[in-house]
Design a protein around this ligand. Structure first.
Ligand code: HMG
Length: 420
């Protein structure tokens, strides 16, 4: 019998500051409606150099262990998915191991493929457990990133930062994954990249959206073929995608989830043998269904709208937002997830929400995590953006959080704030 494997619990860490997206629009002489309804943003997380990727990853992992009562001696694998690491060689995961005093016997490494890196880590951990190689152990997968495009760029209102730590185990209280049914699609494209030495991403914005949608189509069709064969969804009654209770997408900005959902529906409508919508125009209209988006997608976007893009963590913020609001309602129901990383790689996978999802999410205390942040004016955001990444300001770490305090002889030193 196949082992039941998946996500047991999660924890979220966010930077201590944010800007209101309408303040940013006004400062850039842009109609605020472009950022709010055009992109779907409300707030944008702002980091300072002391809140680097290690600090955010360690804060999320420490919070996961504390909130969920994880026995550190059971952790056999720690993977950090990130595209904004702090060293070309030493992984973020090794810092987290040291800061949290996790077992020396475990496997640690980082995974990178733009925003897909976290999913690569989740799949490695899941397959490690499903194979039996990790029997008796649990894995921690941390997705941590700081999204930076720079001041006065088109990507600026889609910046953000943070981390989501996932506890992966054979007790998937949040989400039991349908192991082996994943659909994948990869293409060699230059849609978004960050050459060595650059802090800000280079992006071909509109092209990146079309790459995301094309890769989604390949990944979704791959998953659907396997899911139909396994009897999880059918071509009768309703469209296969409609049989998923919810779908969480990679969210570089919230409006992208709407475009993604339209594309997924279009795949089903184009491939349905007895399609009621015969013409391409009619299919396009049906694909855009607001009712379908409202029912299957909208409820996952609350955290993304208030934090912004967190690259590897964005899909898992959507999952967190979804289960934070609807964990009890979705118990025993199957949901779909779409991960996308530029470059590019997409993976569609699915899982069944656990009966203890609401209880696990209550322990993650997401309302408090967000409420502790400070809203800053645009001048302060711009000042922080101009600071060098190796110039942490002297500031006490908030309770329960890690901060970079100093770089000495090219070594990064961190401190943890007192009891949370
Ligand atoms: P832009 O070109 O300035 O914006 O930048 P736009 O002109 O396309 O407008 C955006 C939307 O606002 C449009 O809606 C406009 O109609 C609407 P749409 O037509 O798309 O539905 N709009 C308004 N709405 C209401 N009132 C108004 C108004 N004006 C316009 N007054 C762009 C947009 C996304 C290109 C830019 O923000 C960007 O470059 N972002 C970064 C790239 C990105 O997020 N790409 C997403 C796909 S790639 C991906 O997800 C991977 C990634 O996460 C990285 C990784 O993998 O590591 C990015």
């Amino acid at each position: 019998m196949q082992r039941k494997v998946g996500i047991e619990a999660l924890a979220v860490a966010v930077p201590s500051r944010y800007v209101d997206i309408e303040d940013l629009a006004r400062a850039r002489n842009v109609d605020p409606a472009k950022f709010t309804s055009g992109l779907g943003a409300r707030e944008m997380a702002v980091t300072d150099p002391g809140e680097d990727t290690v600090a955010l990853a360690a804060t999320a992992a420490a919070r996961l262990i504390r909130q969920q009562g994880v026995d550190p001696s059971r952790v056999g694998m720690l993977v950090v998915g990130t595209e904004t690491g702090i060293d070309h060689s030493k992984p973020v995961a090794s810092h987290v191991q040291g800061l949290l005093k996790l077992p020396r016997t475990m496997r640690t490494y980082d995974t990178q493929h733009a925003c897909y890196g976290g999913t690569a880590g989740l799949m490695a951990a899941t397959e490690w457990l499903a194979s039996g190689a990790g029997a008796g152990k649990v894995a921690i997968v941390v997705c941590a990133d700081i999204a930076r495009y720079g001041l006065n760029t088109a990507g600026e209102p889609t910046q953000g930062g943070g981390a989501v730590a996932l506890l992966v185990s054979e007790q998937p209280d949040l989400l039991a994954l349908d192991v082996g049914l994943n659909g994948t699609c990869t293409m060699d494209v230059y849609d978004f990249w960050r050459p060595i030495g650059r802090r800000e991403a280079v992006v071909d914005g509109h092209y990146s959206i079309s790459c995301y949608l094309e890769a989604l189509s390949g990944a979704y069709r791959g998953w659907r073929e396997k899911a139909v064969a396994a009897g999880l969804v059918r071509w009768s009654g309703s469209l296969p995608g409609e049989q998923l209770a919810r779908i969480a997408y990679h969210v570089p900005f919230c409006k992208m989830a709407r475009k993604a959902h339209t594309q997924l529906r279009l795949c089903d409508l184009e491939d349905a043998k007895d399609s009621k919508a015969g013409t391409p125009e009619a299919r396009e209209e049906l694909a855009k269904s607001a009712a379908s988006y409202d029912a299957q997608v909208a409820s996952s976007l609350g955290l993304n709208a208030r934090i912004g893009n967190v690259y590897t963590a964005s899909l898992y913020l959507a999952l967190a937002g979804l289960l934070h609001g609807e964990g009890a309602k979705l118990a025993n129901q199957r949901i779909g997830l779409l991960s996308y990383g530029s470059g590019c790689m997409a993976e569609f996978f699915s899982g069944v929400v656990g009966e203890k999802a609401a209880e696990r999410m209550a322990r993650a205390d997401l309302d408090t995590v967000l409420a502790r942040r400070e809203r800053v004016p645009i001048e302060e955001y711009e000042r922080l953006m101009k600071l060098g990444s190796d110039a942490p300001e002297t500031k006490a770490p908030p309770p329960g959080a890690f901060r970079l305090t100093e770089i000495r002889d090219h070594k990064r030193l961190y401190a943890e704030g007192g009891a949370a």
